[in-house]
Write a protein that binds this ligand. Structure first.
Ligand code: NOJ
Length: 459
């Protein structure tokens, strides 16, 4: 970022390389709707949202943003705003309604049509294979806690490559393994709503394995578009200068983050987890080699950073302290500088992985914030989000100049959507959605991003 001080004019300008990939992101369960159309099977979020008290006001993704029927309109809006890529996820239960078995051709058709509409407008396609909508039939067989899921995922991934490979420009195996394993099986706040440490640790390992086998299948398919994974690294800073808090922050990062990143980079499971916390993962001979497949890029979702402190009463010896920063509607602090620390750390730990002679490209596959947005006279003046984006993009521009191989940025999210256990109460979109009429209204933040993409990101 440049700060221009000229003749009393104090101005900031965001500068990015010409080939920087600007995208928006969504996920199938959060936007598609049409839950019982097109031959789709039930997923764990359909069932979880029926559990009393699991999701705010019993809301669910049955209709969501109805993107299943409105993808042409959505592609048109992205094109008007100048985005170069759309990150969406493929709903496993649309491809295999019961997780395995016969392919549902209607599901394939839907994603082929979506891709064609995007490509017609010069928008690249970035497909995530798994963004949390596990077919319920697989959960009934033990879900991510059962090792057999690895083979089911291999088969699903292989099918997606075969049926959609000619239309996808970038593949992501799994979105946020942390949420799959811990929110789903340890804290129980996401589907399938289980609180069981052994199952959660099994899920950690199986999610990592699923990523590995999906990359193996991809290489075997002969497809050439880049493939990677998306993590949501938690890289807390220590709350004080004490050794104890420093160690707590390290343990938090190891338990929340390194258990997912390290194995994929060929570094094994971190000792802070296996020795200091004494946790056991169900590793069999040869597993670690399967997980550590060379990948073409690293995807990072970043929202905020917290201060960690040593807490002997906490199950994993750390907790998080209060912060002073302004918070988003999620209650998450604005901590743009944490993004810098995090990206530097990722660049550092991934150096030399897979014996690559070059640094591995990094993409921010999600960044954004929830705000209390309202439509007035056909406009949404989401100045809080504009500020959030300005600050985080300023960090991105700076870090590229410092040599971190950041190659693209996907804002979360294209649309206000189903924010998991919070239902429709948290609006992350750069496009407002009226959930009664499904009308889309472009927010100021979307126009701001349009200008940044065009090269006029100044204020
Ligand atoms: C990360 C998840 O991938 C996405 O599904 C979610 O909506 C955002 N974070 C915001 O919480």
């Amino acid at each position: 970022m440049l700060t221009l001080v000229k003749a009393g004019l104090n101005m900031n300008k965001l500068d990015f390389p010409a080939d920087f990939l600007w995208g928006t992101a969504t996920a199938s369960y959060q936007v598609e709707g049409a839950a019982y159309e097109g031959g789709r099977g039930e997923c764990i979020w359909d069932t979880f949202s029926r559990r009393p008290g699991a999701v705010y006001a019993g809301e669910n993704g049955n209709v969501a943003c109805d993107q299943y029927h409105r993808y042409v309109e959505d592609a048109e809006i992205m094109s008007e705003l100048g985005f170069k890529s759309y990150r969406f996820s493929i709903a496993w239960p649309r491809i295999f309604p019961s997780g395995t078995g016969n392919v549902n051709k209607e599901g394939i058709e839907y994603y082929r049509n979506l891709c064609k509409e995007l490509k017609k407008r010069g928008i690249q396609t970035c497909a995530t294979l798994y963004h949390w909508d596990l077919p319920q039939a697989l959960e009934d067989a033990g879900g991510w806690a059962n090792r057999s899921i690895v083979d089911a995922f291999r088969n699903y991934a292989k099918t997606c490559y075969k049926e959609l490979g000619d239309l996808i420009d970038m593949w992501i195996t799994i979105n946020e393994p942390f949420c799959v394993a811990y929110l789903g099986y340890l804290f129980g706040v996401h589907a399938p709503g289980i609180k069981d440490q052994d199952k959660a640790l099994a899920a950690v390992h199986h999610v990592n394995m699923a990523h590995g086998v999906a990359v193996q299948e991809y290489r075997a398919s002969g497809l050439k578009a880049p493939i990677g994974i998306t993590w949501n690294p938690s890289t807390p800073r220590p709350a004080t200068k004490s050794e104890a808090d420093k160690k707590a922050a390290d343990i938090a990062r190891a338990f929340y983050t390194e258990v997912f990143i390290f194995p994929c980079l060929g570094k094994g499971y971190p000792e802070l987890v296996t020795k200091d916390l004494g946790l056991k993962l169900p590793v069999k001979d040869g597993d670690m080699e399967i997980i550590a497949q060379p990948i073409d890029f690293l995807g990072v979702n970043y929202y905020s950073e917290s201060p960690a402190f040593a807490d002997n009463n906490a199950p994993y010896k750390f907790s998080f302290k209060s912060f002073w920063q302004e918070a988003t509607a999620m209650g998450w602090p604005y901590t743009p500088y944490g993004l810098k620390r995090q990206l530097k750390w990722i660049a550092e730990i991934s150096k030399g992985a897979f014996n690559a002679d070059k640094e591995i490209p990094i993409y921010i596959t999600e960044n954004g914030c929830a705000c209390e947005d309202v439509v007035a006279d056909g406009r949404v003046h989401d100045s809080q989000r504009v500020k959030y984006l300005q600050q985080h993009l300023a960090i991105c521009a700076d870090i590229i100049k410092e040599g971190v191989p950041l190659k693209g940025y996907f804002v979360w999210s294209l649309l206000d959507n189903f924010e998991w256990a919070f239902g429709y109460t948290k609006r992350f979109g750069i496009i407002h959605v009226d959930f009664k009429t499904l009308k889309r209204t472009i927010k100021d933040s979307a126009y701001f991003l349009r200008d940044v993409i065009t090269g006029f990101g100044e204020w």
